[in-house]
Design a protein around this ligand. Structure first.
Ligand SMILES: [Zn+2]
Ligand SMILES: [Zn+2]
Length: 445
């Protein structure tokens, strides 16, 4: 027999993508903001306050990295963050909005202003630790909040409005932010901002909407040799459905993604399979196209069941769906201005290929209220999220610098939002022009 080995894919396409990215990088137009933002002395004070926290933020980056906790298990991480807040005189509430490992803290200036939320993620990946760098997100968010809180405490009349720090667990695979939002976490909040570490500084990037799907096919068991004609084969149904997904792909928009595994396919070759289970992820760039993709996948499953004389149960959303991220350009402009103070120049959308796209539960926030989810470089460009290399980077010197620069960026963006009514009007007008808020919990009904 001729031996066969796994065939390492060619890197030719990746090389082309990198070359195209480099070309777009050299031609990239600079994102800017026409708005005034906060008064410069106030912005300087907030940046200085964040810088003073550098040592404590380094500590957060390291401590969360050393003890990674996965979705809804982030007790120790929450304790680390809440203790840091307490040392600065801030009492955070834990177990808020129906989730044990969520937390919330607030600081208010003058009462007559808007509310902006800074979101902190801190969950890790099973087996990979902080390979998505959420330890850096946590440090940046808490740092931003403390810098603003300190400034407001020194001069409560300087800022109008309220800053909410929201600890949002279980981003990886669980859409924790959707659970919090359904339990009122964003009620009374006008805008939400966060930052995510990455291999580039990006002002904006495509994030795909994602839904989980499970197909359970039920057939009729029979002896596979004696009476196969008396069986109806659930594994055949799963196989046809899997093939159907493969054929469907040619007729999908370019960045739609469907991936599947057959997790149950029977017990013995001599028994016609009575039950089979397929698990899938479906991803798409827009809410509308994700809805369309969902309908087509329902048809694939129903068709496979009909062909094989089996029944299919279609279970969507074992965890809440994630919508794509809808970015607010007016807020993004302020983020970019703040990053330039730190010697960074975030790239506009479209420079890094959108085919390198994942999903985030921040999408669900961004379809409720205006928000941003920019990316911050802490690793070389060729290091992907969810790898051992990215986990290593999330504990290195670039992660610590990133946490501080992220803290300054979030703090100044929030400050600009609270101080500049013209900016807020632009943020709201843009959000309305994008279609306004979506009824996220019922979008796929
Ligand atoms: Zn991730
Ligand atoms: Zn992540």
């Amino acid at each position: 027999m001729r031996p066969s080995e796994p065939f390492q894919p060619s890197t030719a396409y990746l090389t082309h993508l990198a070359g195209e990215t480099a070309g777009r990088l050299s031609r990239a137009t600079v994102t800017d903001s026409p708005y005034a933002g906060a008064p410069p002395p106030l912005a300087d004070a907030v940046e200085a306050a964040a810088t003073e926290l550098a040592g404590e933020l380094d500590d957060v980056v390291a401590r969360l990295h050393e003890h990674p906790e996965t979705a809804y298990e982030e007790h120790r991480s929450v304790a680390t963050l809440v203790e840091l807040l307490a040392r600065h005189g801030i009492a955070a509430e834990t177990g808020v909005h129906g989730v044990d490992t969520a937390f919330r803290a607030e600081v208010s200036g003058r009462r007559d202003g808007p509310t902006i939320a800074v979101l902190a993620e801190y969950d890790a990946l099973p087996g990979l630790g902080h390979a998505c760098g959420h330890n850096v997100i946590a440090a940046a968010a808490v740092g931003a909040f403390l810098a603003l809180a300190g400034t407001v405490a020194r001069d409560p009349d300087a800022v109008a409005g309220r800053v909410v720090l929201l600890g949002t667990p279980a981003e990886e695979g669980h859409s924790g932010k959707e659970v919090l939002a359904r339990n009122g976490a964003l009620d009374g909040v006008d805008a939400a901002i966060m930052v995510h570490p990455y291999g580039y500084d990006l002002a904006d990037q495509v994030w795909l909407g994602r839904r989980l799907l499970r197909w359970t096919f039920t057939g009729v068991s029979a002896h596979a040799s004696a009476q196969p004609f008396m069986g109806r084969n659930a594994l055949d149904a799963a196989t046809l459905a899997y093939q159907g997904v493969g054929l469907l792909r040619q007729q999908l928009p370019p960045v739609d993604r469907v991936h599947a595994v057959i997790v149950e396919g029977g017990t013995r070759p001599s028994i016609i399979t009575e039950r089979s289970v397929v698990q899938l992820y479906a991803r798409s760039k827009y809410p509308q196209t994700l809805k369309d993709l969902s309908r087509r996948l329902d048809d694939v499953a129903a068709g496979a069941a009909l062909m094989t004389g089996t029944r299919v149960e279609i279970d969507w959303d074992q965890h809440p769906p994630s919508l794509p991220v809808r970015t607010n350009d007016a807020l993004t402009g302020r983020w970019v201005r703040a990053q330039r103070r730190r010697g960074r120049d975030p790239l506009p959308a479209g420079v890094v290929p959108e085919t390198i796209a994942a999903s985030t539960d921040f999408g669900n926030v961004s379809y409720r209220i205006p928000g941003i989810h920019p990316l911050l470089r802490i690793a070389p460009p060729d290091v992907a999220l969810h790898t051992a290399e990215f986990a290593a980077a999330a504990a290195g010197p670039a992660a610590r610098t990133g946490a501080l620069d992220g803290a300054v960026g979030l703090a100044l963006t929030a400050l600009d939002y609270l101080c500049d009514a013209e900016l807020r009007d632009a943020v709201d007008a843009e959000f309305a022009a994008q279609g306004g808020p979506l009824d996220v919990p019922h979008y796929f009904d």
